[in-house]
Design a protein around this ligand. Structure first.
Ligand code: DHB
Ligand code: FE
Length: 255
């Protein structure tokens, strides 16, 4: 028997029972909830629903032990093995005229020493609020707005792209219904950029950056981020500058 699984599973069941008792949930209400979960399963939305409500909590727990840059939620749209990009991320032809941003910053270790050769995966939404390379978004074969960058000898990186827009999590299915109709909350995330930073011998970190002044920055349906992930509004020759530094702690050793 896995003692930890036993503890967590038992306490989850007890916590749910407690809510049912406190609210004197009727059999009809219980069956309605039961059917809603069955509908969520049939729509293939169990992973979406779990991540929406609990990923942030797990990241917060993880951050308690992080001494370097804090982590943020990964979200469902990371794609592995995308190509390295040089200066500019692949931008779809029809979006070439959209407002641009430059993403840049520095990767250092806990003593402040630059980390050369760190690999940073970056990915963000399309201007119509979807992600490329994702089957559910109907563009599995496209690899725009994502790429890998490597830090230079001073630990710096710099890459350009277009500015992403706020993103609405799928709200037509049972998860959206749960959010909007039953819980009375909206289904929008602020515009954001995802980063996954990895370097030899150091603990990797996944985070996001949000745009100061943007819609939903302080009202994210996924409760991602926090003030430390909001990047102050700055422009250089009319191009939005997203300066994001990372500090990596040593890789964790297994105990
Ligand atoms: C979801 C989408 C995102 O782009 C993200 O960063 C986090 C969550 C979602 O659809 O749940
Ligand atoms: Fe995202």
């Amino acid at each position: 028997m896995n003692q930890r699984a036993k503890t967590v599973a038992t306490e989850i069941v007890e916590a749910v029972r407690d809510v049912l008792r406190r609210n004197k949930v009727t059999f009809a209400e219980y069956r309605a909830g039961f059917m809603h979960l069955a509908k969520t399963q049939a729509a293939g939305e169990i992973p979406l629903m779990l991540d929406l409500f609990f990923n942030t909590t797990i990241v917060q727990i993880e951050n308690e032990s992080r001494k370097g840059s804090k982590a943020d939620i990964q979200g469902p749209y990371f794609v592995p093995n995308v190509p390295f990009v040089d200066h500019e991320i692949a931008i779809e032809e029809e979006h070439k005229a959209m407002p641009r941003m430059v993403m840049r910053g520095k990767v250092v270790d806990m003593s402040g020493t630059p980390v050369a050769g760190a690999v940073i995966d970056v990915w963000h939404s399309t201007p119509d609020g979807r992600y490329s390379g994702i089957e559910r978004h109907g563009n599995l074969d496209k690899k725009y707005y994502r790429g890998k960058i490597k830090t230079d000898s001073e630990g710096r990186y710099e890459v350009r792209s277009i500015i992403p827009v706020p993103y609405q999590v799928p709200n037509k299915g049972p998860t959206g219904q749960l959010l909007e109709e039953y819980m009375g909350v909206h289904s929008w995330r602020p515009a954001h950029i995802h980063y996954w930073v990895q370097a030899e011998g150091l603990r990797d970190v996944i985070r996001q950056a949000y745009f100061e002044g943007g819609d939903y920055v302080h009202d994210d349906c996924c409760e991602g981020g926090g003030d430390e992930f909001i990047v102050a509004e700055a422009y250089e020759d009319g191009v939005r500058v997203m300066e994001v530094d990372f500090q990596l702690e040593p890789a964790q050793t297994l105990v």
